[in-house]
Design a protein around this ligand. Sequence first.
Ligand code: HEM
Ligand SMILES: [Cu+2]
Length: 554
Amino acid sequence: MEADAYTALPNRRPATAVAHDWVTTVDHKQIGILYIVASCFFLTLGGLEALLMRLQLWMPDLEIVSPQTFNQLFTMHGTTMIFFVVMPVEAGMANYLVPLMIGARDMAFPRLNAFGFWMFLFGGFLLYFSYFGAMGLYGAGSAPDIGWYAYAPLTSPAFSRGNSTDYWLLGTMISGVGSVSFAVNMIATIITMRAPGMRLSMMPLFAWMILVTSGLIVFAFPPFTAAEIMMLFDRHLGAHFFDTQAGGDGLLWQHLFWFFGHPEVYILALPAFGIVSEVIPVFSRKVIFGYASMVAATVSIGFIAMGVWAHHMFTVGMSSTIDLFFSAATFLIAVPTGIKMFNWTATLYGGRIRLTVPMLFSLGFLSLFLIGGLTGIMLAIVPMDWQLSDSYFLIGHFHFVAFGGIFFAVMSAYYYWYPKAIGRKMNRKLGLWHFWLQFIGFNLTFIPMHFSGILGMPRRVYTYKAGVGLEFWNQVTTVGAIITGISLLFFIVNLWYSYFYGEEAGDDPWNAWTLEWATTSPPPAYNFEELPVVKSRRPLWDLKHPDDPDWKHE
Ligand code: HEM
Ligand SMILES: [Cu+2]
C-alpha cells in the first residue's frame, strides 16, 4: 500500500503497521504508555499469585498449593510487584509526564529511552519464562523460590540446585540495566532540557522527585548488579564470595542487597510523593505549602536513604553499636518524611477541596502512608524488631507503605493524568466504586496481618496450626484480598470504558497549573506548538491571570 493510502484512512491502518509503530517508537509518550501497559500485565500476574497465597492461607492445613509452590508464589509475587509493577508504572508516568512538565520536546536520549523499556520487559519475560523453562530441584518448570531478597547461602550452588535462581538473578539484573538507562536519561533531560525561564526552583515537584529518584537508582543499582554477578560467579565459576565455609561471607550478600534494597523503597516512594504533591494543590485550589522545604526534604531523604540499609539486618547479630547507629539513622528519616506529611496537610488546610477521584486516592495515600510510616518507626526500635521481624506484622507494615501508600498514589495519577494521555476523563462512578472497594479491601487485608503477626504467625509459611487464634485474622485477610481484587476489575473496566465513552476532557480539565496542561490532550508528537514563557512555578496560572501573575509575588 502507498503512504497516501495510510493518511487518507487513518483508522484503517493494518494492525501490523500500528504494532510496528509501537515497537520501534522513540517518543517518550509512547514509551511511557508501553511501560504502563506492561506494568498492568505484570500486575495481573503478581495479583493472581497474591490471591493464590491468600486462598491457601484461608484455613489451617489447606493443601491448595504445595509448600514448594508457595515458596515460588511469594518469591515471584514480591519480585514482580517491586520490579515489574511499581517501578515500571512510575517510570512510565515519569517518561510520559516529565518532558511535558518541563516544556521539552522529548527526552535527552530517545533511543536510550526505548532501550531501557525493552531491557525491562525482557527481564520480566525472562523471569516468568522460569515457570516453563527453569530446571529446579523438583524438575522442569520451577520458578525461583528464594524470596525477593535472595539471601545467601540459600541461593548458593549447594542449596539452590538447577537454574531457577539464575532466572531470578538474570531477570532482575537485565531489567536493572533498563532502570539505570531510564535514570541517566531522566537526569540529563531534567538538567539540560527545561523550558526557557524554568529554573530548578520553579520545576514541578513531581519532576524534582523523579530527579532525586533517578539519583538513587544510579547509586543503588550498580552495587546490586555487582552482587548478582558475584552470585553468578559463585554458582557457575566456582567462586566463594558468599560461601562462609570457604572463607566467603554470607552477610556480604545482605549488606550489598540492602544497600540497594532500602533505597529501592524510596525509589518506589518518591515518585508517589511527587504525584500527591501535584494532585493535592490542584484540588485544594492552593499552591503547595512549603515548596522549598518539600525539595529540601526530598533531597535529604535521598541522602539518608543511602545510609540506613542495615535496619533490615537487626536480627542477624551485628554489634549493638551498629544496631544503635542504624536505628538512629532510621528515626532521622522520619523527620523529612514528617515535613512532607505536614506540608500536604497544610496545603489541604483552608483549601477549597474538590473530592474528585484522583483527590480521593491522594487522601487515601495520606492516611494509609501515615499508618505505614508509624509501624515502620516501631520496627526501627531494635528490640521491637527482634520480636516482629519476619512475622506477618512486617508484611502488614510494608504493604501499608507499598500498597496503601505508593499504589494509592499511582492510582491517583491514573485518574488525574488519563485525560491528558487519552483525551477523555475516566468515569467517576466506576472510579468511586474502585476507590471505596480498594480502600475497604485494602484495610481488611492488611490491618489483620499486624494482629496475626503479633500473635506469632511467621511470614513465608504455607500454612498454620488450627486453634492458636490465627484462623479469624487470616480469613479476614483473605476476604479483604478478594475485595481488593474485585476493586481492580472496576479499574480495568474503567480504563477500557472511558477510552471509548469517557467525557471529553479538553486541554486542561482540572484547571491545573503545570505545563503538561498547556498542550492538547493527547499532546502532538512534538508536545508543544508554542511554549508559554515560564516565570513562576505555576506558568498556566500566569497565562490565565495576566492581571495577577504569580511571579509578581514570588
Ligand atoms: C491485594 C494485594 C496484595 C496482596 C493480597 C498481597 C499478599 C501478599 C502475601 C500473602 C505475601 C506473602 C507473605 C509471606 O508469606 O511472607 C506477600 C509478600 C510480598 N508482597 Fe504482597 N500482596 C499484595 C500487593 C503487593 C504490592 C502492591 C506490593 C508492592 C511492592 C507487594 C509486595 C510484596 C513483597 C515485596 C512481598 C515479600 C515477598 C517475599 O517474602 O519475598 N505486594 N504479599
Ligand atoms: Cu529499609
